[in-house]
Ligand binder design. Sequence first.
Ligand code: ADP
Ligand code: MG
Length: 324
Amino acid sequence: MQNPRQNNFINMPGNGIAIAARGVAKTYSGPRGSAPKQALKDFNLDIPVGTVFGLLGPNGAGKSTFINIMAGTVIKSAGKVRVWETDIDENPRQARANIGIVPQELNIDAYFTPRETLEMQAGLFGVPSSERRTDEILEAVGLTEQAHSYARRLSGGMRRRLLVAKAMVHSPPILVLDEPTAGVDVALRQRLWDNIRSLNKAGVTIVLTTHYLEEAEALCDDIAILNHGQLVANKSKAALMAGARAKEVRLTLVGGTPDDLPAALAVLGARPAEGGIAVRYDPSASSVGAIISAVTAAGLEISDVTTDEPDLEEVFLEMTGGTV
Ligand code: ADP
Ligand code: MG
């Protein structure tokens, strides 16, 4: 999708940072009688301009809390947030103009059509009629045919895309999507991914949270992992995967999987695998070469070696110690 204002976003951040959070904390007061819940603690983050940034974390980690703070629907307890160099407390109106947010909940006004929804949103943001791109945006999210249907007739996937469209009407330089493909089927997910990629190509900085690690792996340049309200990782996706503790090597053996693993290999953590053995190892302490030497020294003949790069899911589980 074209973003006509992409080249003249006012005050392109001189520091290259689209969103900055410093010392952000949020404590929700619990229901009467229950303990308050600290959803974010001393949360610090810089999101670079131009990236597709993934904010990951288990359920309840505080992802939506941070996004809702940026959206102005949750009031933080402490700290500073700057959106496109605008402090959200000092100039909330400008901060909101700098960002488009697709919330996690599918809150759509059922009695308006997609076209009306976008027109109203444009009005809300003071986009003059001559600059409105309603039809272009509907086309980009694949809702042209539904432009005049009541929103209550839209499927879950269509509603999600309507929310993306709604967040884009004021051509913000940053688009934030909270669980954009939750409950969306595989085909629609691909379509949303394409939308996200083309918006990013057009110059929009993208921030997304997701439960689907394959989604982060497919889309994100940079990834931060949040656990219990604090960042436990913040790196490029490549650096995150490269730094994973565990890697795995699979060795196909001429004699197939041995009936009894030689003790020297059992010590290395070798286990039976199809046609041979597999060994998980810590790349900072061992290497494929050392494992191959040990296997050969144990009298086994290797016919093939494959290494398995850790996937994001393994990294995620290492960092959070939890479940996806
Ligand atoms: P995530 O989006 O990562 O799943 P949330 O930001 O929604 O996490 O929630 C973080 C924590 O704050 C959770 O423990 C959640 O139960 C709690 N929480 C979220 N919203 C509220 C609220 N309005 N009142 C009280 N607690 C809340
Ligand atoms: Mg959430």
